[in-house]
Design a binder for this molecule. Sequence first.
Ligand code: GDP
Ligand code: ZN
Length: 367
Amino acid sequence: MNFSVSSVPSHPLAPYGWDEGWDAEFAPYAEQGLLPGRVVRVDRGQCDVVTPFGTVRADTEFVVPRDPMKVVCTGDWGAVDPEGGDPRYVRTLLPRRTAFVRSTSSKRSEGQILAANVDYAVVAVSLAVELDLGRIERFLALAWESGAQPVVVLSKADLVPDAVTLGHLVQDVETTSPGVPVLPVSATTGEGLDVLEAVLAGGTSVLLGQSGAGKSTLANALLGEDVMEVQAARDVDGKGRHTTTTRNLLALPGGGVLIDTPGLRGVGLWDAETGVGQVFSEIESLAADCRFHDCAHVAEPGCAVLAAVDSGALPERRLDSYRKLLRENQRIVAKTDARLRAEIRRDWKRKGAEGRAAMEAKRGRWH
Ligand code: GDP
Ligand code: ZN
């Protein structure tokens, strides 16, 4: 794996993820004298934006449309007023590369944006309990759907008695996660933290995973105490506020950015059909050889997927899990406004592809 630091290392926002792509997107607003910034927290129609001159408070009145999917959220890049008016305003948002959404329980079943412009979705899986591959697949579907690159962290590796067992566990998860790096890590011994830090240095990350998986412990190990203090000291508008407790986006000392918003951790499946397909990419390739174009891989003649199960090439558990996630997804989709879904795809699927292409060009591929 080959990771390089930001391609615009001298920019004051480089620690917050500024790169050549954002530089180009922002150029027209720079000409208008606006300041670039990244949203580190949103509350009550206002947000905290980190700019080249520190963190400022800004109103989002001009950039909040009715559509809840377009509401300003942590991780967004935007342009804010250069002077400290009362209040300042966010004048525009730059198009998102990726986004995490979750369904709300409202009657209209609208989505809610949880985080924007995430490059790595880190799925924490505890090695203290038996592996639940179905649960990992569920989190991976969400991760892929956002447009981010999923990474599985097998946490609490110190609790695995020996290296051979650990190797087997890693292998089991790798088989379940085509195209996803699987990293064993222990926050207790520090094992594997350096590898994880090197990965996360390449962009913006979020931590997903079940409660108790070790996410908070991991976040603390990655962040370290001193970094939070440094950031608090830099806050120009902060007036002694404890930014450590209010910010949902933090620069990591080893490079890269961590977003940790309250709602993200318990995120549910939300129209993640593309994501499900990416988790089970080997099933989707097998399906290309099924006799019927619309084969459901249940009892159809000439089904290449069932043939693979019969031959032992595809574990039956994997096919069951695939079906279960697709069904779950369809139930959610049925409740969701079609127009809204079409908009989401148009808006950031394209941007996600562009952003990923830029990222890959910047630092080389995973494998
Ligand atoms: P979260 O709910 O995902 O944020 O999980 P926490 O970070 O709160 O961790 C859950 C429990 O696992 C806590 O009791 C931690 O002390 C423990 N834990 C976290 N990381 C490790 C580790 O690397 N090794 C061991 N042995 N325990 C850990
Ligand atoms: Zn089939």
